[in-house]
Design a protein around this ligand. Structure first.
Ligand SMILES: [Cu+2]
Length: 358
């Protein structure tokens, strides 16, 4: 009954507004300009709106840069990341300067030369010199940017396994977790295929391949600082993406093929934790957590733990329900610590014989 009454009331209010608008229209008929052609007043309003719009965009840009600059990533923790950041910065600065000037001019002139019935447009055919200038400048600037970008890209993407003594690690993705496989003593990964997955052999390592026996499969990625790492990526099920923002690294992980990415970490986890950027950031996060804990404890729940920074390998492709939680901790440490950690890990051969004896 209440619903029916509400509907009737809403309908009646609607009809009232409709009738009132008709009366208003009729009463104003003499003063309203119904012409489709813009008059001076229309042009004046549009001109002022254009100017207002560009000012709004500038203010918004300045606000966003100052309010959100704490969300920028800190200095890169990998060697190639420095090049990558420089390319990004140069492109961004050139684009920003160009767009600030051109958008400003575009909107200002729209305002300045807004239509007036007393004005007459100047007939202007063309100007070769002017056209030459505004064609050649973008050509030179864009070519320089593209060539610079191409060189940086091939520098980062060309993986040379012969160069130095790179560490070979397999990153294995599945819904919804990661595993890392180290080549063992020989630094050579045994062959693998998802068809071999059985029991403890969750990565499908080929048991008949002798290179696989000393491989080590772990769920925490440890990297020695300043040594080049080549990641060979494999997916068990769907498309994933290995994302390591602090190292400026991202690569799709595709079922049925091996994708590669390589970088040299230059900052240990400890160094990153002690950097000015991170100390400040962690302090802010912990302030927020402390405030939230107060509310939680008051409601009878447990408070939040104190946050400590760690590098993470994240999945950056929406791969299913628990995609948001698909992550693996990365520990970058001095060579000795890395060697000590690796020594403690069980080899694939040991895992298989443990399964057999069970
Ligand atoms: Cu994923």
């Amino acid at each position: 009954m209440t619903v029916l009454l509400t509907i009737i009331v809403v309908a009646l209010v609607g009809i009232t507004f409709w009738q009132m608008s008709k009366i208003l229209k009729l009463s104003q008929l003499k003063n309203v300009d119904t012409s489709q052609v813009a008059n001076d007043k229309d042009n004046d309003t549009q001109g002022k709106l254009m100017l207002g719009f560009v000012i709004f965009i500038y203010v918004l840009t300045i606000y966003c840069f100052s309010a959100y600059n704490s969300f920028f990533l800190p200095e890169s923790a990998s060697k190639h990341g420095v090049e990558y950041d420089q390319l990004m910065l140069i492109s961004l600065v050139i684009i920003m300067i160009t767009q600030i000037i051109t958008q400003g001019l575009l909107h200002y002139f729209t305002f300045k030369y807004r239509g007036k019935s007393t004005n007459k447009a100047l007939f202007f055919a063309d100007n070769d010199k002017l056209e030459f200038v505004w064609t050649i400048i973008p050509v030179i600037v864009l070519s320089a940017l593209i060539i610079y970008g191409l060189f940086t890209w091939s520098d980062i993407m060309n993986i040379d396994e012969e160069d130095g003594d790179p560490l070979i690690i397999e990153l294995y993705a599945y819904q919804f977790d990661w595993r890392a496989r180290y080549g063992g003593e020989d630094n050579v990964l045994g062959k693998a295929n998802v068809r071999f997955i059985e029991g403890v052999n969750t990565l499908g390592v080929d048991v008949s391949d002798s290179y696989g026996k000393d491989d080590k499969i772990v769920n925490e990625l440890h990297l020695p600082v300043n040594r080049k790492v080549i990641f060979k990526m494999r997916s068990q099920d769907v498309l994933h993406s290995a994302y390591m923002p602090f190292f400026r690294a991202q690569m799709n992980v595709v079922p049925g093929m091996i994708t590669e990415f390589s970088y040299t970490p230059t900052k240990t986890t400890e160094e990153m934790r002690n950097s000015e950027f991170m100390v400040e950031k962690v302090a802010t996060i912990n302030d927020i957590r402390r405030e939230k804990s107060k509310a939680l404890i008051a409601a009878g729940d447990e408070g939040l733990e104190t946050y400590e920074f760690d590098y993470y390998l994240l999945c950056n492709k929406i791969c299913g329900a628990s995609h948001y939680n698909m992550q693996m901790k990365i520990v970058v440490e001095p060579e000795e610590d890395y060697n000590a950690w690796l020594k403690e890990q069980q080899t694939f051969g040991e895992q298989m014989s443990a399964q057999a004896s069970n």
